[in-house]
Design a protein around this ligand. Structure first.
Ligand SMILES: *Cc1c(COP(=O)(O)O)cnc(C)c1O
Length: 397
């Protein structure tokens, strides 16, 4: 059989199940108003929550650094690719998170895979929230440790009490990426301390957004390095740039430098990206108005959506899913919105559990109230028609 005829059935099956994914071409910078496939659209699907991805100061920092040090870093961190800009950013991230040290990774995916696999091995146990991001789940599988997924803190406690040997690594998203709600990190931290387990939090969607200074869920909940010893952040979301970091103790960071394969065997980020991130870190900490504006938009969206009778998730973050609970309907509504010039994420399995299809709406400090209202109006027009109500099994009011 040829390779193509071997591959085609799975593709056909995906299409039939309304799970086929396709890409559109973005022809403008990230921001509320984008051009996609030649069409001007209003976007509610970016993770650039603070609007820093196209901030003039961040752009200038990148240009200036690239003019001095070029584009490529030329090598991995361990083979002369570790630049002064990388190092300065690591020191600033350590200070920002209140941890002794921080280590840059090229992506969040690699930070998670590398950290979990470096800390757990055969004979150990990795316990993960069942809604964790794919990169955390893949890290658990890669580690070769016994891999378990827990439902909530009580389920975790039950599981931990049955483990009598090896290391126990508990891993969770800080803000769940498809629901927008926060993990109960203080409760998880207490459970971990009681059971001698290590807690790792991936706060990809919390940094920049949560906490007085944008320090994410660690700052929001006031969690010390003892309570939360392994803290992961990504730079491609609230920071608006690219890359990721792990923050923790001296011994943790040295362990990752020695043993995390996705750290060791990859080219270091362009130093200019580190320089741009230093600028975005400064803006993120000092421009509190971005977080305040975001909260105002979140409140406006939620109260408007509730008035329309839409099913929301209990989320106070810029991730505001509208649950449709029907994978085909999710695709259809996503398309209808796009025809009206509005872009949202149409999220289906395997990204979320089967039958929990949803529109993943994300807000940014760069949106304005009129744009949020336009989104609500379009959701109303598309969803509150009798045919879509019937499909949702909703008799209407
Ligand atoms: C986006 C995301 C990642 C991956 O980060 P990248 O830098 O994009 O690879 C990891 N964890 C969570 C929770 C995410 O949402």
């Amino acid at each position: 059989m040829s390779i193509d005829s071997a591959l085609l059935p799975a593709l056909q099956q995906r299409k039939a199940a309304h799970l086929y994914r396709q890409r559109y071409q973005l022809e403008s910078a990230a921001g509320p108003e984008v051009v996609v496939d030649g069409k001007a659209c209003l976007g509610f699907c970016s993770n650039d929550y603070l609007g820093l991805a196209n901030h003039p100061e961040v752009v200038v920092a990148l240009q200036k650094s690239a003019a001095e040090s070029g584009v490529g870093s030329g090598a991995s961190h361990l083979i002369y690719g570790h630049s002064r800009e990388h190092h300065a950013l690591e020191e600033e991230l350590a200070a920002f998170t209140g941890r002794p040290r921080a280590l840059l990774f090229s992506t969040g995916y690699m930070a998670n895979m590398g950290t979990i696999a470096a800390l757990a091995d055969r004979g150990d146990t990795v316990l993960e929230d069942r809604l964790n991001h794919a990169s955390l789940l893949d890290g658990g599988l890669l580690s070769r440790a016994d891999f378990q997924r827990y439902r909530d803190n009580r389920d975790l406690e039950k599981r931990l009490s049955k483990i009598h040997s090896g290391r126990k690594l508990v891993v969770t998203d800080g803000v769940f990426s498809m629901d927008g709600n926060l993990a109960d990190v203080p409760a998880l931290a207490t459970t971990c301390q009681q059971h001698d387990a290590w807690l790792m939090v991936d706060d990809a969607h919390g940094f920049g957004v949560l906490g007085q200074n944008g320090g994410g869920c660690a700052e929001h909940f006031g969690l010390s390095p003892e309570q939360l010893p392994i803290l992961v952040g990504t730079l491609g979301k609230g920071f608006g740039t690219f890359g990721a970091f792990v923050a923790g103790s001296e011994a943790l960071i040295e362990t990752l430098i020695q043993f995390a394969r996705p750290y060791i065997f990859t080219t270091a980020l362009p130093p200019a990206v580190a320089a741009a991130t230093r600028t975005s870190l400064r803006l993120l900490q000092t421009e509190n108005w971005r977080r305040e504006k975001l909260q105002q938009l979140i409140t406006r969206f939620r109260s408007g959506a509730q008035q329309l009778g839409l099913q929301l998730v209990h989320s106070q973050t810029p991730i505001q899913p509208v649950l449709l609970n029907d994978d085909a309907l999710t695709v259809q509504v996503g398309q209808q919105l796009r025809e009206k010039g509005i872009l949202v994420g149409a999220i289906r399995p395997p990204t979320v559990p089967k039958g929990t299809g949803r529109l993943r709406i994300t807000l940014s400090a760069e949106h304005n109230e009129q744009q949020v209202d336009r989104l609500l109006q379009n959701l109303d027009e598309i969803l509150n028609t009798s045919s879509s109500r019937a499909q949702r099994g909703d008799p209407g009011t």
